[in-house]
Unconditional design. Structure first.
Ligand SMILES: [Mn+2]
Ligand SMILES: [Mn+2]
Ligand SMILES: [Mn+2]
Ligand SMILES: [Mn+2]
Lengths: 220, 220
DNA sequence: AAATATTTTTAGGTTAACCTAAAAATATTT
DNA sequence: AAATATTTTTAGGTTAACCTAAAAATATTT
């Protein structure tokens, strides 16, 4: 049975919402993620259910089946590998690759993903720090926390971003924050939870709580 | 105005038929190339005509407009660059890349093609010997002839194939014929026009006229 | 528990891209 | 030139993936 591009995108959205929320995924969450009307989601859920890619109970939400989960995992693997290709090989910036990868992830073909993986040297993380599942669908989890939980005096290394949108990534570039950058949280302002951060031992910047919430770091 | 994947495929088919036949492209030729019913072609022709990508006269056939021709050329450029990527970088064989490139050619994005072109070192020919138009849509033409027109005693170098299907390409691999291979036509059998060919100064093979018709060589 | 608000589904549409069968136009043969 | 054959278009359908508006189900508030 063949799976369409639209179906794949829904499965990926459901996978990500389930991962984040940890419970049955509701129609409106999917509609929000996919930018479609709730009625369109109900429509698609019927089709995915017929294909046994989700378990769907009317009004109760959905969960991926084993097969649906496998398809979503492969899709995420493809998306992230293509992002690595675009950044490492073609020289795109990390804020430019999402829409391209969103298309490339749907290219179907025997051995393409695995050859791409080999060509790229089996990267374990994408340009945004997100883990790339291996050919068997296994995930690597990092012990990382949001920068917002660090206490003054704690050091860390940037490992990822929660917000993947271009404006945030461009802002990070501007202040010199990227994956692998070492930082020291020097102070937190009680009033608005903004933090003072020393970047790479050189520049000192003030980051709003919103920014700190969207940055993942590994405490060192 | 956005152009769909189906529309792009039709434009490419029309471009190629026009190139080969040199006159107005008829509904049935397109239907043959696209593997669709003639009625579906008529349907699509109306849409392409509305979008000013073709000039369409009922019952008389079609021709691409300037814009339609530009779109088709970019598509062929993308297709062939992706084929080079798949063979040179990912290690696919020349008989495995067509279907993948058929999908990859539709990926849309600012600067993707040109970055890919740069990454690949601005190749001028694809893995089948077909020319790759440059960023301005300019074509390189080769002075090549079909192997079937060579006279006994003439030498040549393989520059391309007319039939791109896997069985033919695999047959060529098997007998040691590929792009760049030097050969000498030693004899032609009058009865069936089959030819004797000395490959790379070593192996002597007999090729049917059908094979000789589908091989392009540069006489040397 | 009833009333009200929210969420989800159903009903009924649209568009692109396909289809078959019949009709119309064009080309070829006699 | 008429008859016949071939090609193309038209008419009328289907399916996936969307939509809005109304109805139904579920959740929350009073
Ligand atoms: Mn996608
Ligand atoms: Mn990413
Ligand atoms: Mn294509
Ligand atoms: Mn090719």
């Amino acid at each position: 049975m063949t799976i369409t591009t639209a179906e794949e995108n829904y499965l990926k959205a459901i996978f990500k919402i389930a991962e984040k929320e940890g419970k049955a995924v509701l129609t409106n969450s999917i509609a929000g993620a996919m930018n479609t009307a709730a009625a369109s989601v109900t429509d698609m859920l019927k089709r995915l259910s017929d294909k046994q890619l989700i378990k769907y109970e009317k009004y109760r939400g959905v969960a991926l089946t084993e097969e649906g989960s496998r398809v979503a995992t492969v899709l995420i693997r493809k998306h992230r590998l293509w992002e690595v290709f675009l950044v490492d090989k073609l020289g795109f910036a990390w804020d430019e690759v999402h829409d391209l990868a969103e298309q490339l992830e749907h290219v179907q073909g025997e051995s393409l993903v695995d050859r791409l993986d080999t060509f790229l040297g089996h990267p374990r993380f994408d340009p945004h720090g997100d883990p790339i599942p291996d050919a068997e669908g296994r995930w690597v989890y990092r012990q990382q926390v949001r920068l917002s939980v660090l206490q003054p005096g704690q050091r860390g290394v940037v490992t990822g971003v929660d917000d993947h949108a271009a404006p945030f990534l461009q802002y990070l570039d501007q202040i010199g924050l990227g994956l692998g950058v070492e930082l020291l949280l020097t102070a937190r302002t009680a009033y608005d939870q903004s933090v003072q951060v020393l970047i790479g031992g050189r520049a000192e910047v003030t980051l709003s709580d919103k920014v700190a919430q969207n940055l993942f770091v590994k405490v060192s």
